[in-house]
Design a protein around this ligand. Sequence first.
Ligand code: CDP
Ligand code: CDP
Length: 229
Amino acid sequence: RDRQPIIAIDGPAGAGKSTVARQVAANLNLVYLDTGAMYRAVTWLVLQKGIAVDDECAIAELTSKCKIELTPTQDLQSSVGVWIDGIDVTQAIRTIEVTSLVSAIAAQSAVRQALVKQQQNWGKKGGLVAEGRDIGTHVFPDAEVKIFLTASVSERARRRQEDFHKQGQPEISLDQLERDIAERDWKDSTRKVSPLQKAADAVELQTDGLNISEVTAQIVNYYQQRLSQ
Ligand code: CDP
Ligand code: CDP
């Protein structure tokens, strides 16, 4: 074939996609692509410019013109360095303001078209672990390995709470986190364009009670098994 292999990892918020994808990429010497960071960066720019979330025309134009850059980072708290139009938004895209708006922006078809095109361009030569909601279904439907990562809502809320705690951010109750996660799951799975969905040929990995290295090892094993076939 004319490109290196691709690993696609999809799943709901807090399933462990970014942490695990980063480890798998490091392990197999592949490039890590965080597509959620791109939707977050556009959302940040929309907020920063004061554009209304339902002004799809203005958002479409903004998305087609903006320049997003992702850079590897040593910082363990952020998966990648994220830049939009030359501004470092690595931390800014993780705020509650961005998180609560991103699903509405990511549901707009013009936004998805522009970002997916960029992702496919970056992935032309393969050799990457891409993580998001629609990687196995739309972005790289011919990926060699497709993983659908899940965990219960309560487990994912617990992980998020631990994240906030470690980052020294204000406490959010488990109840609130569960509601936020369930709402975003619902928005992402029911939207018209490329909803969050397990690809028919994806392997589902339920990760309650599994730590990061256990999940990573399972994916690496599965990858090696698939490629030796
Ligand atoms: O890390 P977390 O699961 O909180 O979210 P993320 O991966 O950073 O993605 C943020 C949001 O972007 C998701 O809730 C989706 O609405 C959207 N997204 C998407 O629609 N398609 C992708 N391939 C990646 C993210
Ligand atoms: O990217 P996504 O929203 O799917 O999840 P993440 O940001 O990679 O993971 C959320 C949190 O859960 C992180 O703090 C991970 O370290 C943690 N995690 C875990 O405790 N056990 C796992 N098997 C996977 C992730």
